[in-house]
Design a protein around this ligand. Structure first.
Ligand code: ADP
Ligand code: MG
Length: 141
């Protein structure tokens, strides 16, 4: 059994610093990064900082309603939020299958709602909000 040590974020600057380091340390040009945590844990915030660290400029919308928002940095990036995903037919119709078949980075919130259609993640980042609003974070490769 492997142990994944926790990191702590005391504020959003810590999330931003983590995102910068994470994109420097990993080749994300063809990767699935799953973000886990309750509503309000800070998944979308982390996704925004990851996108910014990868060079995306301008407004970054939460994909809560559209399920996916796509970006072009040095490689294609798709940011998914499957919270409202409940029709497996949409996997085909909305082109999600094509996105996961192509290269690029996929950042995924609420991956459990798209199980078993979603391929396994390369990294799972789990965020837990603590009583003092700091976040306990673990990264599983
Ligand atoms: N590291 C952090 N420290 C303090 N507040 C944070 C942090 N990350 C996110 N937040 C705040 O928590 C709230 C929920 O964040 P959000 O990223 O939308 O959560 P999720 O996508 O997990 O539902 C937002 O108001 C955001 O500003
Ligand atoms: Mg979110």
């Amino acid at each position: 059994m492997s142990v994944h040590p926790s990191i702590f974020w005391h504020n959003e600057s810590d999330t931003e610093a983590f995102a910068k380091t994470f994109v420097q340390e990993h080749d994300l040009s063809n990767a699935i990064v799953e973000l886990r945590g309750d509503l309000g844990a800070g998944k979308t915030t982390l996704a925004r900082y990851l996108l910014q660290a990868l060079g995306v400029t301008g407004r970054i919308k939460s994909p809560t309603y559209a399920i996916v928002e796509t970006y072009e940095a040095s490689f294609p990036i798709s940011h998914f939020d499957f919270y409202r995903f409940n029709d497996p037919q949409e996997w085909e119709d909305a082109g999600f299958r094509d996105i996961f078949a192509a290269s690029g980075l996929k950042i995924v919130e609420w991956a459990n709602k798209a199980h078993p259609l979603l391929p396994p993640a390369d990294f799972v980042i789990s965020i837990e909000m603590l009583a003092d609003e700091s976040r306990r974070v673990t990264v599983q490769p």
